[in-house]
Design a protein around this ligand. Structure first.
Ligand code: F6P
Length: 404
């Protein structure tokens, strides 16, 4: 690999927390080592169109100081473009010409599984690149910047929703981003002290959810001296039936990568619960006992779905993501200078920089169902019969690997 004098920075896929820290980490490490870094704007769309740009932004000390690492989103901009799918036979040549035009020797690219697959693709086209893991979905093998920010945001939304939920005695269904895995719903739901968490890894049995509502929410309202109570369900957008069909609104279409846009899981959950509430003779006596029954107006407790959507990845980054982003960005520069192209930064621990081939790092990681059973034993419903938490004790003889 030729010596690297100028690095191009790309952020790609859906934006999230921590990305501006990644950019600052790259830029500051680069100029500390006497090399330059520039922004290639708007993800892979910008990479493809680099040749037509008049200029790129140099991240010198002054420019970097204007980037706020605590803000979510990315100063470099995003797009969802799979380079392989661009309908242009000369796409790789065009990209290389664009890089040459601006004297860019190598790329540091932050993104999730789709972005990572393009890192593998570009590396095989002899474009040196390093991947920094990023996705609020937390579905890569290593930790990915943006995950902690999203989880914190979901926890805050869930907790805040309880005030309005309590005021109206509603069952609230909070539908959250996370694609085909349930990490964000699981961790955010626990953080919000949700009563029930529904994730794609566990096909939902709505009769069990309903029984849990009757066992927890009904007595909660009955016991309250002011007859107030709420029940919070956090549902991942990608929940499925037992046969693996997604419970979503098909009219939402597909995104630029060709993935289904997931939406409608919350609505589906609401409809399932309303159906059961209407058909259950016990509900009228609960409504009467709690003073909620009004003939012709309130026969069942209200169920409402709330969909924060993109708000979950907006606003500010968590401090954890700012820390991780800075470290991972700086480490990516070091890996690049060492010629370790086609790799993903995993973590920096003391003086050790961990990395792995990008093709391995982007393999999908699902929620660990053994860990779910621990939370089931603590009373959270996951839409199935509670499973026993099986555990073993391990005395650690070597240093524990941690991310913080
Ligand atoms: O992959 C990140 C993510 O936020 C998913 O959780 C969500 O399904 C998707 O992106 C939404 O994408 P877009 O911003 O293209 O609507």
């Amino acid at each position: 690999m030729a010596p690297v004098k100028r690095i191009g920075i790309i952020t790609s896929g859906g934006d999230c927390g921590g990305l501006n820290a990644v950019i600052k980490g790259i830029a500051r490490e680069a100029y500390a080592l006497g090399i330059e870094s520039v922004i290639i704007p708007n993800g892979y769309a910008g990479l493809y169109n680099l040749i037509d740009l008049d200029e790129v932004v140099f991240l010198n000390e002054e420019r970097v100081s204007h980037i706020d690492a605590t803000l979510a989103g990315s100063e470099a901009g995003h797009s969802r473009v799979k380079v392989k799918k661009i309908e242009d036979d000369n796409k790789y040549k065009r990209i290389k010409e664009g890089l040459k035009k601006f004297g860019i020797d190598a790329l540091i690219i932050s993104g999730g599984d789709d972005t990572g697959s393009v890192v593998v693709d570009l590396s095989s086209q002899n474009i040196p690149c390093i991947h920094v893991p990023k996705t609020m979905d937390i579905d890569l093998q290593p930790y990915s910047v943006g995950g902690d920010s999203a989880v914190n945001m979901i926890s805050v939304f869930g907790r805040n929703l309880k005030t309005t939920g309590m005021s109206h005695n509603r069952v609230l269904v909070l539908e959250v981003f996370g694609r085909y895995v349930g990490h964000t719903a699981f961790r955010g739901g626990v953080g919000a002290e949700a009563d029930c968490i529904l994730i794609p890894e566990i096909p939902v049995d709505f009769d069990i959810v309903y029984e849990h509502i009757k066992k927890t929410y009904f007595p909660r309202v009955e016991r309250s001296d002011v007859k107030a109570g709420t029940y919070l369900i956090v549902v991942a957008e990608g929940i499925k039936t037992a046969s693996g069909e997604l419970l979503y609104d098909e009219s939402a279409g597909v995104d630029a990568f060709g993935h289904k846009k997931l939406a409608g899981a919350g609505k589906y959950v609401r409809q399932q619960l309303e159906k059961r509430l209407k058909n259950d003779p016990d509900v009228i006596s609960f409504m009467k006992k709690t003073g909620m029954y009004v003939p012709g107006v309130y026969k069942i407790p209200e169920v409402r779905e709330v969909t924060p959507g993109h708000l979950v990845r907006s606003g500010h980054s968590s401090s954890y993501d700012v820390n991780f982003g800075y470290k991972a960005g700086a480490a990516a520069v070091m890996l690049l200078l060492e010629g370790k192209t086609g790799n993903t930064v995993l973590n920096v621990e003391g003086e050790k920089i961990y990395y792995q081939p990008t093709g391995d790092a982007i393999k999908r990681r699902e929620v660990n169902l053994q860990e779910v059973t621990l939370f089931e034993s603590l009373g959270i419903c996951f839409g199935r019969e509670t499973q026993k938490f099986k555990y073993e004790f391990i005395e650690e003889k070597e240093a524990i690997k941690r991310y913080m």
